[in-house]
Write a protein of this length. Sequence first.
Length: 275
Amino acid sequence: MLLLRHAAPRLAPPRPAGPGCSGSRLRWHGSHVASRRSSHLARSDGARAGGGSSADGAGGGAAAAQTEEARFHDAYSKAFTMSQLYVGNRPAPVPAADWETRRRKRDMEDILLAARRRGKDAAAVQANLAALEALLPDLVNLNKMKPADWVALSEDVTGAANKLILLKSAYPDADVFSIVARRPRTLLESEQRITESAAAVKALLSAAESVDEIIQAVPELTDPATLSRSLSFLSTSFPGQDPVALLQENPGILLNLGESNVEDSAEYGELTTKD
């Protein structure tokens, strides 16, 4: 017993973290204390058992402590959260492609449910939307239109293709596929409405160097009412400056201003304004 008392070193408690004490220094101090305690326990166990020298026990305990310390620091360097640090059997993250597949599946389920509620043939709706996506890949998205609108759009795929041609005629230098992908609601408008809207938009932007460039950057401006409100907003926000020139210089200016948000509404795909 006397030997054990002399062999056991007194371990001073760790000093509290002060302004100049870094986290890495605290972790080293804790690891150092744990290593010394493990070494002491190993020596004590070896002395009690009487099998082998105390040096052998200390060496084995120190090696075990160093292995555990190395494992902890390796996990610490790879962890971003406490759960990642302490949960050993954490499942692998879901790849982004799988999330997109799940999102598309949920969207189609909601659209088919809306179709059944309206007495439509769900299989026909799904087939027509697949044909539409063969023309415009990855078009169907409930963040851009609500399920009932997708059901309505699926009823006339040929008409949707004709409207794409009409849009290309109205804005020949614009990427109409990109415009429709960002604002699919355009395909729900009649061909006459699309033609009249294009004429009104060109009249409002008659002073612009490239109307097509503006429309491609902000597809929501294919709606004359939205364009008119946006020009009025720019006139109020930048007095003394030509709003059309501002829009031509930076077509995305409306997307960057807090008061006029022309991003799609997740529910209706329309212009939303933050008051």
